[in-house]
Design a protein around this ligand. Structure first.
Ligand code: GDP
Length: 192
């Protein structure tokens, strides 16, 4: 059965952070990593999350309720956009920090990683930070259709080493590869 994602809220500032009691799985990644496409693939819809022509523009947190399971997918703003101003970057860091530290019902952080590019400092910093505050990580390699099998496996192994054994799920929003596996992993974290 195809789960449904229902956009319940979009927030832009710290003050608007939601006090959602239901279990949450957050999704984070560098801007352009394919996060919107992945959310659409998870929902089985084309235009639920906006696929951006201008990356790094919106700095919102989107709360999607997942039916029939009742947990939330929380879409965090993309980071690492080269043209972002210093104040935008600081705003991002504050918002994410407040979200990660302040959300007691957060069950896991899905970190999206482009299978085509080597591990980036910002990704490593985010994963290290999440681990330091004991948030389980659910790494996801995106755009696998753009990578040869060998490259995918090498990236998966490289990330597993960096994350001390946590192996990324290999996914493609274009082909649907890994989407069911990702749902299964998120359900397990959210609902136990
Ligand atoms: P976001 O900025 O992380 O939300 O990334 P988007 O979902 O907007 O995607 C950025 C670009 O990558 C767009 O041009 C997408 O069409 C493309 N893209 C995203 N996912 C995939 C994928 O699985 N395969 C391929 N080939 N392209 C993808």
């Amino acid at each position: 059965m195809q789960p449904q994602l229902i956009l319940e809220d979009t927030i832009y500032t710290l003050e608007q952070l939601q006090n959602v009691q239901a279990p949450q799985i957050a999704l984070a990644g560098r801007s352009n990593v394919g996060k919107s496409s992945l959310i659409n693939a998870l929902a089985g819809r084309k235009k639920l999350a906006r696929i951006s022509a201008t990356p790094g523009k919106t700095q919102s947190i989107n709360y999607y309720r997942v039916e029939p399971w009742g947990f939330y997918l929380v879409d965090l703003p993309g980071y690492g956009y080269a043209k972002a101003s210093k104040s935008d970057r600081e705003k991002w860091a504050k918002l994410i920090n407040a979200y990660l530290v302040g959300t007691s019902s957060l069950k896991a952080l899905a970190v999206l990683l482009d299978c085509r590019i080597p591990p980036q400092k910002l990704d490593i910093d985010l994963t290290a930070y999440a681990r330091s505050i004991k948030i389980p990580l659910l790494p996801v390699l995106t755009k696998a259709d753009k990578c040869k099998q060998k490259e995918r496996s090498a990236k998966q192994a490289e990330w597993a080493r960096l994350l001390e054994g946590v192996k990324p799920i290999i996914s493609s929003s274009s082909s649907g590869l890994g989407i069911n596996a990702l749902w299964d992993a998120m359900k397990l974290y959210a609902l136990g």
